[in-house]
Write a protein of this length. Structure first.
Length: 127
């Protein structure tokens, strides 16, 4: 799956939390959101659109909007990726546990998907 195919696949399944997602689909989406975030942050800096919340934390308006737009598809593709590895999408909640949960989730998403069909659907690789 190419970069463009992966991004269009995730956007086409904007809030689809069922099924399976290939490794390439997931990691290309992660790359896309990182690039998009960097561009948004740069635009905020160049245009002077940074503000501070009540705690004094700096944020950018464009970056905030971009984050809101990619939030649900990011959760959906992560859940589909977990399904591909044979895990429930509820494992996504590990990311709420400080560093340890995010690291564990990272390793779950690194692994190859289960060959053949599993309880979440057919293999997206077509095997």
């Amino acid at each position: 799956m190419s970069f463009g195919q992966a991004v269009s696949s995730v956007l086409g399944n904007y809030v689809n939390f069922s099924g399976r997602a290939r490794r390439s689909e997931y990691w290309y989406w992660v790359l896309f959101t990182a690039i998009l975030g960097a561009v948004a942050w740069t635009l905020d800096t160049v245009l002077g659109l940074h503000a501070y919340n009540a705690n004094g934390v700096r944020f950018g308006w464009i970056a905030l909007i971009v984050s809101a737009l990619v939030f649900l598809p990011s959760i959906a593709v992560t859940m589909r990726r977990l399904h591909d590895t044979g895990r429930s999408g509820w494992w996504w909640l590990l990311s709420a546990i400080c560093c340890i949960g995010a690291i564990l989730l990272f390793f779950f998403c690194l692994g190859d998907g289960q060959p053949g069909a599993n309880q979440y659907g057919p293999n997206p690789k077509g095997q």
